[in-house]
Design a protein around this ligand. Structure first.
Ligand code: ADP
Ligand code: MG
Length: 533
C-alpha cells in the first residue's frame, strides 16, 4: 500500500533541526558579540551606522549599535534584547552583557564538540551563575550618598572613552549633583531628569539647570519675555470653548440671539482667565489648547503662557516647582501654584525654549547639553545617560565593584575554586563560564593594543597572590589596584550582565529545532511598486 504523505507544515516553512539549529544560533550570537567587542572600554572605537534614510549615528554605545543594526536572525535578536534589558535595568554595561552571552555560547560549543549534552552545560552554567552572584555580593564594596567623591568616580568611569571624555570631570559633577537632588531616600527615578539638547556653543557649556527647560515658546508676542518670582499655574484642561463631541444644532432666529450666544462663549473664557488671575498666577502652562481670546486676556494681564505642554513635561514642572496640576479651574487655589525665580523665553538659532529656573528644592531637573553638531550632542547624551544610570544604580543598591576587569578575574578565580567540588562534566561547564568572564579583561587589553594573553596571565597571578582589586588601568596601561586608581562601577552592571547573559545563553542552548515561516521574509525588503499615472 502506498503511503500517503502527511502534511504538517505548509510548504513555505523552513525547519532546521538538531545540531544545525544549535550551531546556527550559536554562530549568530557569536557574530553579534564579535561585532561590538571592539567598542568595549576606554580604548574601544566607535561605529558609524547609516540608516536606510541615510541618517548617520556615530557611537560607542552597545545598545545603540545593536538597535540601529536592524538584526534579522532570531538568535541574534535575542542578543539585542539582552542589551535592551541591560539598558533599561542599569543604563550601562550593554557591551559587556552581550559579549558575555556570546562568549558563554562560544565556550558551550567547545563542550558540545566534546559530546557533552546541552542539558549538562545549561545545568553547569546555571550553577555557575548562581555562585557568581553570591560571590559578587560578597566581594562588592559599600557606598552611600555621602560619598560624593566616589559617586563622581563612578560617573567618570562610565564616561571614559566616550565622546564626553574631555569634560568628564565637569559632567561627573553635574551628574552627581543631579542624582543627589532628585533622589528620594536612596531611590532615583531617572525620568525626573530631563535632558535637553542644544546645537551650538561648545561641549563645555553643558550645564545643570535647577528647573525645567521646555521646548515651547510663549504663545503671544505681547506676553512678558521674562517673569521674576514666577507663580506657576499648571492646568490640564483647555482654555478654550470645546467643540461638543456629538453634532449639536442651535437654532438662532434673531441677530440678538446670535450676539447673546457669542457673548456667552466669550464670558466663559473671561471667567476662566479671571480664575487664573484670582489665584495670583503670573505664568500658565496648559496641557491643552488656549484660544485667541484667552491669549489676549492673558497677555493683557501680563501673564506668560505656553500651551500644549506634554503630560510628562507637566509632571516634571510640577515636581520642579512644587506645584500641582489642576484639572478644574474652579479648584485652582494659590497653594496649587508652583514657584520659580525666573521663567523666561530663550531663543537659540531657530529654536525657542522656555526656561523655568531657580527652583527652590526641585525634584526634577534639566541637563542642558551643548555641542557643535547633532552627532556630538547625541553621543554626549548617551555618555551622560550612562553616567546617570551608573550613579543611580550604585546609590540604589549601595554596592560598587572595581572595574578594569578586576571583578571579572576575581569572579573567575573563585568560580574555578568552586568548580573543584563538582562532578566531572558540570565542572567543565563551570570552568568555561569562568573563562567567559575573562573575555572582558582580555578584550579591554586587546582594544588598547596590549597583548591579551600577557595581561590575563599577570592579572590571574596577582589575584592568586591575593590582590583582589588588581585590574587593568588603561590610563596608564598598567595592572594595579583599580579601586585606588578610581575605576569603579556599580555592582548592578555586573550582576545584571551575568544574569541576562546566562539566561539567554541557556535559552539558545536549549533550542534544537527552528521552525520558521518564510512568508514574511519573502515580502520583506521588496520595494512597493509605484502606481502609474
Ligand atoms: P559597556 O557598554 O559594557 O558599558 P564600555 O565601553 O562602557 O562598555 O566599557 C566598560 C568597561 O570599560 C568596563 O569593564 C570598565 O571596567 C572598563 N573601564 C572603564 N574605564 C577604564 C579604565 N580607565 N581602565 C580600564 N578599564 C576601564
Ligand atoms: Mg559603559
Amino acid at each position: 500500500m502506498a503511503e500517503k504523505p502527511i502534511v504538517i507544515l505548509p510548504e513555505d516553512f523552513q525547519r532546521i533541526m538538531g545540531k544545525d539549529a544549535q550551531r546556527n544560533n550559536i554562530l549568530a550570537a557569536k557574530t553579534i558579540s564579535e561585532m561590538i567587542k571592539t567598542t568595549l572600554g576606554p580604548k574601544g572605537v566607535d561605529k558609524m551606522l547609516v540608516s536606510p534614510t541615510n541618517d548617520i549615528t556615530i557611537t560607542n554605545d552597545g545598545v545603540t549599535i545593536l538597535e540601529e543594526m536592524q538584526v534579522e536572525h532570531p538568535a541574534a535578536k535575542m542578543m539585542v534584547d539582552i542589551a535592551k534589558t541591560q539598558e533599561n535595568e542599569v543604563g550601562d554595561g550593554t557591551t559587556t552583557s552581550v559579549m558575555l552571552a556570546g562568549k558563554l555560547l562560544e565556550n558551550a560549543e567547545k563542550l558540545l564538540d566534546q559530546k557533552i549534552h546541552p542539558t549538562v552545560i545549561t545545568k553547569g552554567y546555571r550553577l555557575a551563575a548562581d555562585k557568581c552572584q553570591e560571590i559578587l555580593k560578597e566581594i562588592s564594596f559599600k557606598i552611600t550618598s555621602d560619598n560624593k567623591e566616589m559617586l563622581k568616580q563612578i560617573a567618570m568611569t562610565a564616561m571614559t572613552g566616550k565622546g564626553a571624555e574631555e569634560f568628564k570631570e565637569k559632567f561627573a559633577e553635574i551628574i552627581v549633583d543631579t542624582v543627589l537632588q532628585v533622589k528620594n531616600n536612596e531611590d532615583v527615578d531617572l525620568t525626573n531628569i530631563k535632558i535637553e539638547k542644544s546645537k551650538g556653543d561648545g561641549i563645555q557649556d553643558t550645564k545643570l539647570i535647577s528647573g525645567i527647560i521646555l521646548d515651547k515658546e510663549k504663545i503671544s508676542v505681547d506676553m512678558p519675555p521674562l517673569v521674576h518670582n514666577a507663580k506657576i499655574a499648571l492646568i490640564d484642561c483647555p482654555l478654550e470653548i470645546q467643540n461638543p463631541e456629538i453634532d449639536t444644532k442651535i437654532s438662532i432666529s434673531t441677530p440678538q440671539q446670535l450676539q447673546d450666544f457669542l457673548e456667552q462663549e466669550e464670558n466663559t473664557i473671561r471667567k476662566m482667565i479671571e480664575k487664573i488671575k484670582l489665584s495670583n498666577a503670573n505664568v500658565v502652562f496648559c496641557q491643552k489648547g488656549i484660544d485667541d481670546l484667552a491669549q489676549y486676556l492673558l497677555s493683557k494681564s501680563g501673564i506668560y503662557a505656553c500651551r500644549r505642554v506634554s503630560r510628562s513635561d507637566m509632571e516634571k514642572i510640577a515636581k520642579a516647582t512644587e506645584g500641582k496640576i489642576v484639572s478644574n479651574l474652579n479648584e485652582l487655589d494659590p497653594s496649587d501654584l508652583g514657584s520659580a525665580d525666573i521663567v523666561r523665553e530663550f531663543k537659540h538659532g531657530e529654536d525657542s525654549f522656555t526656561y523655568i529656573e531657580g527652583c527652590q528644592n526641585p525634584k526634577a531637573l534639566t541637563i542642558l547639553i551643548h555641542g557643535g553638531t547633532e552627532h556630538v550632542v547625541d553621543e554626549i547624551e548617551r555618555a551622560i545617560k550612562d553616567g546617570l544610570g551608573d550613579v543611580a544604580s550604585a546609590l540604589k543598591s549601595g554596592l560598587v565593584v572595581p572595574g578594569g576587569g578586576a571583578i571579572e578575574i576575581e569572579l573567575a578565580k573563585r568560580l574555578r575554586e568552586f568548580s573543584q567540588g563538582l562532578s566531572g562534566r558540570e565542572q567543565l561547564a563551570v570552568e568555561e563560564f569562568a573563562s567567559a568572564l575573562e573575555f572582558i579583561p582580555a578584550t579591554l587589553a586587546e582594544n588598547a593594543g596590549l597583548d591579551p594573553i600577557d595581561i590575563l596571565t599577570e592579572l590571574k597571578s596577582r589575584h592568586d597572590a591575593g590582590e583582589r582589586n588588581a585590574g587593568l588601568n588603561l590610563f596608564k596601561n598598567k595592572i594595579e589596584d583599580v579601586f585606588e586608581a578610581k575605576i569603579i562601577e556599580p555592582w548592578k552592571i555586573k550582576s545584571q550582565a551575568i544574569s541576562s547573559a546566562t539566561e539567554v545563553a541557556i535559552m539558545i542552548l536549549r533550542i534544537d529545532d527552528v521552525i520558521a515561516s518564510s512568508g514574511e521574509s519573502k515580502s520583506k525588503g521588496k520595494v512597493p511598486e509605484m502606481p502609474e499615472y
